[in-house]
Design a binder for this molecule. Sequence first.
Ligand code: SAH
Length: 393
Amino acid sequence: MQPLADPSPEPQPPAFEPPADVAPRGAAADPPGDGDAAAPAPRARRRGGPPSLFGLLPDEFGSLLVEHGHQRYRARQVLDWVYRKRVRDPERMSNVARTLRESLAGLVSLALPEVAEVRASRAQDSAKFVLKLHDGERIESVAMRSRRGVTLCLSSQAGCGMRCAFCATGAMGLRRNLRPDEIVAQVVHMLEATGWEDPGYNLVFMGMGEPLANYAAVVKAIRILNHADGLAVGARRITVSTVGLVPQIRRLSREGMQLGLAISLHATTDEKRRQIVPLNERYGIEDILAAARDYAAKLGRRVTIEYVLLAGENDTHDDANRLAALARSVPCKVNLIPYNPVPRMPWKRPEDAVVQRFADWLAPRSPAVTVRWSQGIDIGAACGQLGSRAPAK
Ligand code: SAH
């Protein structure tokens, strides 16, 4: 595939030491969690075929090699080719023993899902990738580049079961959970296809799906991405965005990783929030903010409160005052997201001047306020547009 812009001639292995929040080699695999009855981990095994390498923790891959009579350290050699040098053909892995080169494809699958479509924005600063999974499901991922660096926006589910009233993905319903390898593959594809070199890129789980409703697979994918022998993405550069699944927020705070947490609040009273976020029936604003407070305290880092601005729904002066009060009760930053229109949905984006006025009301009374002027609206890649067929006009 052609790089989108600024192709660098040969991808080089990053010449940086893993930051402190990258899991060191030999780090424990999944620590014993408290069960995940609601969402069983999807198996990384294709029907009949070998498991995907992209769904294995480096230690699991090492054990698999040992089981088949190879030496454990070979795992690091292979992973170095795959994640650093971006080589997936075993024949080209020149320092790997010939016997392993010949048998590797029988032990693990090195295939990535097919890229069904890539749409680059006119400004070439964002691109939407549609991946076609082995069972025909389609998921979308978005790569964005700005002065602040590169951000890759990942999907955690095909569709979503949360049914937020204004969201294109919500309108699809939940098709299925993604497996860890299908999450990791999105990153590998986008790094390769864009050719954008930024050793400090960010990952955000703000694509299709509710990441905390696919908890085990999302956390495993994060451990693979975070591992020094995986893509070595620092945990602080990974943000999980949630509609507010309180038990899973609490569980995430115990995973021992410095992950960013974003809470999709969107309303300042339970009455209003129930109308646009059905899950509010189960977890109300105060429960969610209490979990967010504990998360911030436990990790010693601020959470993000996301607030989609819907014209005439949640953009009044009173809303701004109430939002400021809620925001002051949590160590947080506030991220205002002017609504990105979705075809056939009644919701409207406030005029830019209204967005600015809301931000101006909020700013003096609230912790750090920013406005997310979404990139990629012209390619249907902005927040909440994933899953809609055509870009909104
Ligand atoms: N399920 C996760 C991730 C969703 S996408 C969550 O709810 O947080 C990331 C953000 O985009 C969420 O805050 C979501 O509510 C918001 N969003 C959804 N549809 C949108 C739209 N059409 N315009 C702007 N933001 C939208």
